[in-house]
Design a protein around this ligand. Structure first.
Ligand code: SAM
Ligand code: SF4
Length: 322
């Protein structure tokens, strides 16, 4: 079992397989970065897998593939198959913007993927264009339908921003409810790479909007997830992820690995250690040492939850995978 310096059990690894993305979301990567990490600096899937095996052997049992846009990386289905074949019972999931999903959904399912999160911030073509920088909505919705058709479990991620998509919150909720797809509203996390002056809805504001149409009550949250959970009278559930809340980090169970091999203990902070040398020389012991060192230094909490409302992370979400 892996424990961090505060005694929290860590069993969840998020793996960003690329920082590149075909969208330019306002809250994440509004402009193409000055330079991408050169392809030769990226770890191969075999190298990432070597570290993942070390993690699994030490107690990781939940793995999420993310990015940038993970579906941009060729051979992703084979990567998922490698992980899935290594140990039965692993919880392997993927987070995607959905744009390329319809063509690959069946291959992902065949490779052993069971669950997928698709980001859907709006149901309006022009708002989708405004948020992501291009006409994306039709293909995203096709991706969602195809993934449902092939039997992948789907959750929707939605970041409500004031003056952008927040007034549509109930429509997106209704779209998900009709399809029995859970939705997670994510409070916008301020970061230096996002477009300036974005303001997200906070958890209370989200609940107030939902309460104008539905009766719901808070239910016990799943200990493996940071989302507050709410249930309607008919049993449909939605969640809110609120990193600005004081207790958000109390049960943090996750670490993050980037495509160039940086192991990151907290989404907010810059601190990281590289596993590159260890995996490229096949030194499993050294990789396990880096893992333990990173856990030892995992911060107690992010700074979004501090009383200072102006805390902004310098970390790029597209690098760390959200
Ligand atoms: N490209 C994929 C996607 O968009 O789903 C995966 C990577 S993206 C970084 C992972 C998640 O982080 C998405 O659900 C996205 O909405 C969320 N995200 C990105 N920037 C965010 C921010 N500043 N605040 C809150 N959530 C953010
Ligand atoms: Fe790309 Fe996802 Fe970031 Fe949007 S949120 S720019 S889709 S990585």
């Amino acid at each position: 079992m892996l424990l961090d310096g505060y005694g929290r059990k860590v069993n969840y690894l998020r793996v960003s397989v690329t920082e590149r993305c075909n969208f330019r979301c306002q809250y994440c990567m509004p402009e193409k970065p000055f330079s991408w990490v050169p392809k030769e600096n990226l770890l191969s899937f075999e190298e990432l897998f070597l570290f993942i095996k070390v993690g699994i052997d030490e107690g990781i049992d939940k793995i999420r593939i993310t990015g940038g846009e993970p579906l941009l990386r060729k051979g992703l289905d084979q990567f998922i198959r490698m992980i899935n074949d290594y140990k039965s019972g692993l919880d392997i999931a993927l987070t995607t913007n959905g744009y390329l999903l319809s063509d690959i959904a069946q291959d992902l399912k065949d490779a052993g993927l069971k669950r997928i999160n698709v980001s859907l911030d709006t149901l309006k073509d022009d708002v989708a264009h405004k948020i992501s920088g291009k006409d994306v909505l039709k293909k995203v919705k096709e991706g969602i339908e195809k993934a449902r058709e092939v039997g992948l479990g789907i959750k929707i991620n939605n970041v409500p921003l004031k003056g952008v998509n927040a007034e549509e919150l109930l429509d997106v909720l209704e779209y998900c409810k009709q399809r029995d797809m859970p939705i997670r509203f994510i409070e916008y996390m301020e970061n230096q790479h996002a477009k300036e002056k974005l303001v997200g809805l906070n958890s209370n504001e989200i609940q107030e909007i939902v309460a104008t149409k539905y009766n719901f009550q808070e239910v016990k949250r799943d200990t493996a997830s940071p989302a507050q959970m709410f249930e309607f009278e008919d049993g449909y559930r939605f969640g809110i992820i609120s990193p600005h809340k004081h207790d958000f980090c109390e049960d943090c169970n996750r670490i993050r690995l980037t495509a160039e091999g940086l192991l990151i203990p907290c989404l907010y902070f810059e601190e990281a250690m590289s596993i590159k040398k260890a995996v490229q020389s096949g030194d499993i012991g050294a990789a396990a040492e880096v893992l333990k060192e990173v856990l030892k230094n995992k911060p107690e909490k992010n700074k979004w939850s501090s009383d200072d409302n102006n805390e902004t992370s310098s970390r790029a979400f597209y690098e760390t995978g959200g």
